[in-house]
Write a protein that binds this ligand. Sequence first.
Ligand code: AHG
Ligand code: MN
Ligand code: MN
Length: 338
Amino acid sequence: MTRKISLTRYLVEEQRIDGAIPADLRLLLEVVARACKGISLAVNKGALGGVMGSAESENVQGEIQKKLDIIANEVLIEANEWGGHLAAMASEEMEGIYVVPHRYPQGEYLLLFDPLDGSSNIDVNVSIGTIFSVLRKPEGSGVSEQDFLQAGCKQVAAGYCVYGPQTTLVLTVGDGVSLFTLDREQGSFVLTHEKMQIPADTREFAINMSNMRHWDAPVKRYVDECLAGRDGPRGKDFNMRWIASMVADVHRILTRGGVFLYPWDKREPEKAGKLRLMYEANPMAWLIEQAGGAASNGHQRILELQPTKLHERVSVALGSRNEVDRITRYHHEAKAAS
Ligand code: AHG
Ligand code: MN
Ligand code: MN
């Protein structure tokens, strides 16, 4: 039975009893959680809050921004800039890094986020979320974009918040994965699941099948074998799900297993993938590994990739360990045969 304690108490215990986090990181995570509550409120208001629809602007990735993308970005920045725990922030919605203004004290952490993941689902009332990653700023004065370019295995905290039928916050500080559910009457996140574990095997995969003709051979092989079901080489039937919000697809996988793929494809061959390494793939990869799953770009562990730029993209396969290992093996076999 999970102890129904508040996020605040959970973090204090992580700090005091387990020594897993310093006080500054505890404050940072509390502030991110508070920002997520604010975003949750804005999302819930929907058309009544005038937050639906396009902002008629483009972000650095060339994607049209929704009003809520911009609101969520502002909420996260305003909540985090004054507390003294951060040196700088980076976001999907900002081209460069956001250095904490000089009027506030500078802290030793760097925060990266996708303020609202699954933007295409905002206007259709389907689950969306916020994804975040925390790094320690390297030693030295000042802060630059270069300081952010650390491999995912250097993260000190990572998590996401899903705005769905419930608002749920999922968190790791390298001590397993914990799930908190927002209690709206109390206004606080309450621990509802500790030490989440993903089964090693699954019968469920998630991929945007409309891109099938653009996929690389190993991905096609993997999905073809799933589709062949009981009569094919896998000898079992598979189910398919695609929410088109990575945050919601990953949440399903953390809850009941499965595998999620957004692979490199031939539509834009010069891009390594669609999803962004530093604030989408890395935090999710760490959460998945902390829950006993695996995360690969088809060739190697996502968490070992050295980023070369803030908005770097990556090919992603993550979830149940045996499926991800199989996908990686198919890529290695294809490479060896070529
Ligand atoms: P974002 O809304 O932050 O740009 O991310 C959307 C991502 C991800 O959440 C999702 O898995 C994927 O895009 C969906 O892509 P398709 O529309 O190509 O299926
Ligand atoms: Mn996203
Ligand atoms: Mn986004």
